[in-house]
Design a binder for this molecule. Structure first.
Ligand code: SAM
Length: 215
C-alpha cells in the first residue's frame, strides 16, 4: 500500500511515519509513505500556495494550481481503480474503522492536506475522489488527519503488525464495539486484582469470558 501526502509541512508526516509500526511497515515493504511539499509545485519566487478569498472574508484559501500540478506531475488522479485521491476536510465523509477496512484493499491513497481557511472548492469538485473528515471538529491543517488515516489503514495491511490476530478482535472491528479488557503482570496492583479466570489457564473459559466482555 502506497500513501502519498500533499502538504506544506512534509516533515510533520515523515517524522511521525519514521517511528514505531509505520517505520517497521515501511522497512518490511508492506507500506510506503511519500510526503511531498506543495511549495515545490509553485511557479512564483515566493512559492505561493494560497490567496485571498473571492467575495472577501477572513484568512487565505489554498490555490488550485499547485495542488493540480502536484497531482498531475506525480500521476495521481481521481477515478483510478484501486487508488483514491482524498481531500482532508471537516465537511467530508467521517472516517471510521469501516472506511479503514474499505481502504486497506487499495494500492494507493493520496491525501491532500489543507491549511488556512481551507482549499479552493474546485479541488473538491474536480480533482479528488472524495472529501474525508477525521471528526466533527476543526483542526489547523489536514496533516494530523492524514496521519490518523495512514496509521489506521496500515494496521490492517498484511505485514505491518507483528501479530495479525491482534486486529481481529479489536475495538471497532466488524461486530465488535469494544474489545475485552486487557491485563498484564503483576496480578495484583494496590489490591486491584486481575479477574481470576485469566489466571486459570483454562483457554476455553478465557475465550468465553472475553467474548462476554466484548460488546
Ligand atoms: N474554514 C474551514 C471550515 O470551516 O470548514 C476549516 C479549514 S481548516 C482550519 C484547514 C484545513 O484543515 C482544512 O482544509 C482541512 O484540510 C484540515 N482539517 C481541519 N479539520 C479537519 C477535520 N476534522 N478532518 C479533516 N481535515 C480537517
Amino acid at each position: 500500500m502506497k500513501f502519498n501526502v500533499t502538504t506544506i509541512f512534509p516533515d510533520l508526516i515523515t517524522s511521525y511515519c519514521n517511528e514505531s509500526i509505520l517505520r517497521r511497515g515501511q522497512e518490511a515493504g508492506a507500506i510506503s509513505v511519500n510526503a511531498i511539499n506543495l511549495r515545490d509545485y509553485t511557479e512564483d519566487k515566493h512559492n505561493t500556495v494560497d490567496d485571498t478569498p473571492y467575495g472577501g472574508g477572513p484568512g487565505m484559501v489554498m490555490k488550485v494550481e499547485p495542488i493540480q500540478k502536484a497531482l498531475s506531475e506525480n500521476k495521481w488522479k481521481k477515478g483510478e481503480k484501486k487508488k483514491r485521491v482524498v481531500l482532508l476536510s471537516p465537511r467530508g465523509r467521517q472516517f471510521d474503522q469501516r472506511v479503514a477496512e474499505e481502504w486497506s484493499d487499495l494500492e494507493e491513497i493520496t491525501f491532500i492536506c489543507g491549511r488556512y481557511e481551507g482549499v479552493d472548492q474546485r479541488v473538491a469538485d474536480h480533482l479528488v475522489d472524495e472529501e474525508v473528515s477525521i471528526g466533527p471538529y476543526v483542526l489547523a491543517g489536514g496533516e494530523l488527519g492524514a496521519l490518523v488515516m495512514i496509521e489506521a489503514v496500515s494496521r490492517l495491511v498484511p505485514g505491518v503488525l507483528g501479530n495479525a490476530e491482534s486486529i481481529v478482535e479489536e475495538t471497532h472491528a466488524e461486530n465488535i464495539k469494544s474489545e475485552y479488557p486487557q491485563y498484564t503482570k503483576p496480578a495484583d496492583v494496590n489490591g486491584w486484582a486481575v479477574p481470576e479466570i485469566l489466571l486459570s489457564g483454562d483457554h476455553a473459559k478465557i475465550a468465553e469470558w472475553r467474548k462476554e466482555q466484548s460488546v
